[in-house]
Design a protein around this ligand. Structure first.
Ligand SMILES: [Ca+2]
Ligand SMILES: [Ca+2]
Ligand SMILES: [Ca+2]
Ligand SMILES: [Ca+2]
Length: 489
């Protein structure tokens, strides 16, 4: 071991050995001699050798180096780990010994072992599971099939000694894309011998490894004779169309098969596995049925007890070929309401009709599965309690007539209205109780009939649903103090 020490000021520098020992504190018996030291190792190990240089002003600097002493004789190779490089993207991953490597079915790439030999011996390699004797081996033989927990051994030899490390490989299955094809209708009618409506087809696709946008989609449209009609659609070859429209008036009467073929990408970015989805449809000489709805009651209004009336909706249906009795009729109400169905009509009972707006949809379907729907909006208004606009009493205050009773007739006038009821009930009362005559808008208390005091008149108006509104008003019959009497004596 040699050292060189210089001092910027040119002072004399003295060197001392601070440490020469292994991690496990075995000394290396350094003997300084001149500009260096002789080290004597008795055991293998990693040693740290530290010297300290001190100038005449007692400033010092330390310096260390690490020395590995290998045992006598040949040492086995050391496997530090593995490197996997994918062929598709040239990305390299490090895998620890006993580490996990996840690959995809069909994936191409190479695995290499990182190995060293302390004696710098020439190394040879063996991978029994890969049938390979290179440092770097192709992995396509194991990615041909999906598999879990495959152990791969890597055996490295220096011709005398052997080291074996393993890595765990999982090969994930790459499945074909999943495709589901739906059409917005499977039977359309004709006009002028061709389809009277456009048909929309929606393809939903997914794949385990390939993004939807990278899945290639090809479409085919053929009739029962195999004749190609794809030009009747908006499909453009080489484009990815997931929503395909078959143009109106483009197909003659007949039956057709629409097929979508989806192809994923394999692990190397090449066209991979295919899946196809088909649906049949018909351009029928048969026309769609017709439907219209009529309602038993157009003015519906409800209290918390329900509406003023049951509601019956009658569907009038017809078809060109299917007898009316064989047409299928389906009903739905949104928001949901209970109803009973009888032949071509449904009834919703008054108690179930709460305030709100309901959409009733009726769909009629003929025997070739052509459907027509119609909607009816049921509006149930709120039935409110009667409104009292006025309850006035004349005179509100009057003096007694000398007999301790009212001098004038008392008249109460009532004005009110209601939203839906034509016939309203009016109840009158006076407190304290007195006798009176009344009708639906007026109450009369005869003159000279009630004693002095304060009275409250109450009018209650009730609509046909029993909803009541009341209002009160007062009148007073005061003590007659007459003219101020003056007595002069
Ligand atoms: Ca060796
Ligand atoms: Ca796939
Ligand atoms: Ca029909
Ligand atoms: Ca009312």
């Amino acid at each position: 071991m040699k050292w060189v020490a210089v001092d910027p000021e040119g002072d004399d520098v003295s060197i001392s050995i601070l440490e020469c020992a292994s991690d496990s504190s075995i000394a290396c018996n350094a003997e300084a001699s001149g500009q260096g030291a002789k080290l004597n190792f008795t055991e293998a190990g990693v040693y740290t050798f530290t010297v300290k240089a001190t100038d005449s002003n007692n400033n010092s600097t330390e310096s260390s180096i690490s020395i590995e002493v290998i045992p006598l004789g040949n040492q086995a190779p050391i496997i530090q780990g593995f490197e996997y490089t994918s062929l598709a993207n040239q990305i390299t991953r490090f895998v620890e010994p006993n580490g996990n490597l996840i690959l995809r079915e069909g994936e191409a790439g190479s695995i290499s072992v990182i190995a060293t030999d302390r004696n710098a011996d020439v190394l040879t390699f063996n991978w029994p599971e890969l049938s390979c004797t290179e440092q770097s081996c192709d992995i396509t033989s194991i990615t041909a099939q999906p598999q879990n927990n495959l152990t791969i051994n890597s055996i490295v030899s220096d011709s005398e000694l052997t080291t074996n490390k393993q890595l765990n490989v999982t090969v994930q299955e790459d499945t074909p894309p999943l495709g589901e094809l739906t059409l917005d209708k499977y039977v359309v009618g004709e006009s002028n011998e061709t389809n009277n409506e456009a048909i929309k087809a929606f393809l939903s696709i997914q794949d385990d490894f390939t993004a939807i946008g990278s899945i290639a989609v090809e479409w085919q449209l053929t009739d029962s004779e195999g004749m190609d009609y794809i030009s009747s659609t908006n499909y453009v070859e080489g484009s990815q169309v997931l929503l395909l429209t078959i143009q109106e008036q483009s197909l003659p009467i007949g039956t057709y098969t629409l097929t979508a073929i989806a192809t994923d990408l394999d692990s190397n970015g090449e066209p991979g596995q295919k899946t196809s989805a088909s649906k049949n449809f018909e351009v029928s000489e048969d026309l769609s049925p017709t439907i219209s709805l009529s309602a038993s009651e157009s003015n519906l209004y409800a209290t918390s007890q329900g509406a003023n009336s049951d509601l019956t909706l009658v569907a009038t249906i017809s078809d060109d070929n299917t007898p009316v009795g064989e047409l299928k009729l389906d009903w739905s109400i949104y928001p949901n309401l209970p109803y009973s169905q009888d032949s071509n009509e449904i009834t919703i009972i008054a108690a179930d009709l709460a305030v709100g707006t309901y959409i009733v949809t009726a769909t009629v379907t003929d025997e070739v599965e052509q459907s027509t729907s119609t909607e009816y909006t049921v509006e149930v208004l709120e039935n409110k309690a009667p409104v009292i606009h006025m309850l006035d009493v004349f005179p509100a205050t009057q003096p007694e007539n000398g007999n301790g009773r009212n001098s004038e007739e008392i008249v109460a006038e009532l004005a009110y209205s209601d939203d839906f009821s034509k016939s309203l009930t009016v109840n009158w009362s006076v407190s304290p109780n007195v006798s009176f005559n009344s009708d639906s808008s007026q109450l009369i208390v005869a003159a000279d009939s009630v004693p002095t005091g304060d009275y409250i008149i109450t009018a209650e108006v009730i609509d046909e649903q029993g909803q009541a509104t009341t209002r009160t008003s007062k009148f007073v019959v005061t003590e007659d103090n007459g003219n101020v009497g003056i007595i002069v004596e």
